[in-house]
Structures are given as C-alpha cells and as structure tokens.
Design a protein around this ligand. Sequence first.
Ligand code: ADP
Ligand code: GN1
Ligand code: MG
Length: 364
Amino acid sequence: MKTNEEFIQILKQFCPEEQFLSVEPFGNGHINDTLKVTTGNGEAKYVLQRINHHIFTNVDMLQNNIRIVTSHIRRKLTERGETDINRKVLTFLPTTHGAYYHFDGENYWRLCLFIPHSRSYESVSPELSYLAGKAFGDFQSMLADIPEGTLGETIPNFHHMEFRLRQFYDALKANAAGRAGETTHLITEIEQRAEAMCIQEALYREGKLKKRINHCDTKVNNVLFDEYSNDVLCVIDLDTVMPGFVLSDIGDFIRTGANTGAEDDENLHNVSVHIDIFKAYAQGYMETAQAFLSPTEIRLLPYGGRLLTYMQTVRFLTDYLNGDTYYKIHHPKHNLQRAMAQFKLLQSLEAHAEEMDIFINKWL
Ligand code: ADP
Ligand code: GN1
Ligand code: MG
C-alpha cells in the first residue's frame, strides 16, 4: 500500500491545485483497487483507481472505451432532457498532459468524480433487482447505436465460452499446480455441458445473433442509487464494457444477484436460485431492453443465467488449476470453493429452467 504522500503525488497529476486530506480503500472488487479521496474541506470528491494492467493490458484502449461510453451516455441523457447529469454518468478527469490515466513507472491510475449522496448495495432484494434490471437494460439500449468497431475488446474474448473452454482444457493439460486429480468430478460435469453452452457462438457463425455492447460485470454493486430516494443514478465499473453477446448482462446478474448463497459459499446448501430476484430483474430489464432485443435473444434470457454461471465455474476452476494466477484469493482453496459454489448454482438454475422459460415467454 502507498503512503498518503505517494497518493497525493499521483492525484496532483490530475488536479495540481487541489488540497487533499485522505485516501481510503473503497469497495471490494476482485481486480482493480478503488480508493475514495477526500479533499481539504472534508468532502469526498474523487474516486482514484489503480488499474490492474496485468488483466487490462491495453490501458489506452480501456480508457478510450470508457471515454467514448461516458460521453455517449452524457449526450443521450442531455437529449432526453435529464437534469443532474453529473450524477447519472461517470466523469473521468484528464491529467495535466491530457491523458485519461497516469502511469507512475509501476502502476496505471485514473480519477473520476465521486458521485455525492449515492450508495451501492452488496446484496439484492426483488425491488433492487427490478431497478438494476431497468438500469442495465437502459445502459445497453443507450449504447446500442455505437457503430460496430468503435469500442475495442478490453479483454479479448472476455465472455466467449468457446475461448474460456479452450483456456480450461489448456490448464487441465498443463496441470501447472498439480491440482487436476482433486477436481475430477467437476471436470466431468464441465465437459458434459460444453457443447450446449456454446450456443451463442454457433448462432453468431450462422448469422442468427449479432454482437452488442454489453457491460459484462452486471453486479448490483455496479449500480449507484440515490442515498435518499433510492432512485437509480448510474451504472459504474465500465472496464469491461465491450462488444460481445447480449446474454452477458442478464446472465451475470442472475449469477451474482439471484443466488441465495454467496459466490464462494462453503456451505453448498445455502446456494440456489432466488427465483423472485430473477423475475424482478427480467421484468426491469425487459422494460428497457425489449425494444432492441430479437426474439432469439429474448428466448435465450434464462439460458443466459446458466451460461454465465457455467462460464464462471469454468473460469474459477481454470484459475485453480493454473495455481491462482488471476483472481485475488483469501485462502489456498478459494478458487475451488468458488467453482463448486458456482456449479451448485448452475444445478439449481437447471432445475428451474422451465419455470424461468415460462416467465420469459410472455414477451415472445
Ligand atoms: P471495483 O468493483 O472494481 O472495485 P467499482 O468502480 O465498482 O470498482 O467501485 C467500487 C465501489 O465504489 C462501488 O460499488 C461504489 O460503491 C463505489 N464507487 C465507485 N465509483 C464511485 C463514484 N464515482 N461515486 C461514488 N461511489 C463510487
Ligand atoms: C471479476 O472486478 P469484479 O470482482 O467485479 C471479473 C468478472 C468475474 C468476477 C467474479 C475483469 O469481477 O468477470 O465474473 O470477478 N472481472 C474480470 O466474481 O475478470
Ligand atoms: Mg464494481
């Protein structure tokens, strides 16, 4: 961890005139480090983030995507006649050299305005799920007219299931951490579902599915709410906003929000799908996304929950097999525990597939 003085040196690159009081850790993501910056008058004014450049290797592309996305949304909000726009879209600040990040010789840093009187939630109720569904559907719909090729893939093939399976098979073959033998049950379960989980890629090749711009990290804590009215303010955490397949943004919310247990629950009995949270998200999402979705995409929405949960099972297990090189872990078996909990959620989603399909059918 850096000292306050070191942080201030970084902050001065963006705001040379500002008086800074403190820099404190904020949020609990697996990838970047987020810090809240308080200025001389005691006001929380900025959010400083250290970009994990081992994961987001092309920081130029990353910050360029974010700049395009935030200015596009700002324009849409203005056209809609919205007020209070600075609380409805993130504002990133350039350094005195005009770049949207600062490299200190070791790490990449970026700064955005802290959105006052906002809050996020770490757990989901059906009410919040409905609001988050509306927010992510609206987010996708505002970005739907960005021309193809404008945004880069900040993590190539991020939610590409065939690619994730290739990484998994490579990890299995290399067996770098000598852990393959203790995970055979899970490996078999993954293999059995592999073909069925690559529908989007197959439909794309047949010209039956197009790529869209997705958020790709639709957790409830990536939505800011007004601290008093609880109205949605904005969608944040824009690193993974990129072209891909549409199921990402319903799928990852089902995976993270509609789980009665934790993502890494050690007690698998706690883990199952919370069907009311699924329904509430789908309801909110369809209210804002229906206009741009094709019937094929709508029909696949419940499958999206299974797909992203399966994909995360594969990703956690791959990282376990590789010896924990990607996700921050809190104990040696953490990635295995996460993979097992995700697989348990997948089984529950499979058991509720028909009920979820019936719910979605009303939009077909
Ligand atoms: P990560 O999930 O990668 O740690 P986020 O960008 O999602 O990073 O930020 C973590 C948390 O910090 C969010 O859940 C939110 O509560 C808070 N946060 C982030 N950006 C802002 C902002 N501009 N204004 C107010 N709160 C913010
Ligand atoms: C990572 O940053 P965070 O914790 O929200 C990951 C997601 C995974 C998630 C697992 C860039 O997200 O894809 O689903 O962990 N982000 C990246 O909870 O890999
Ligand atoms: Mg986040």
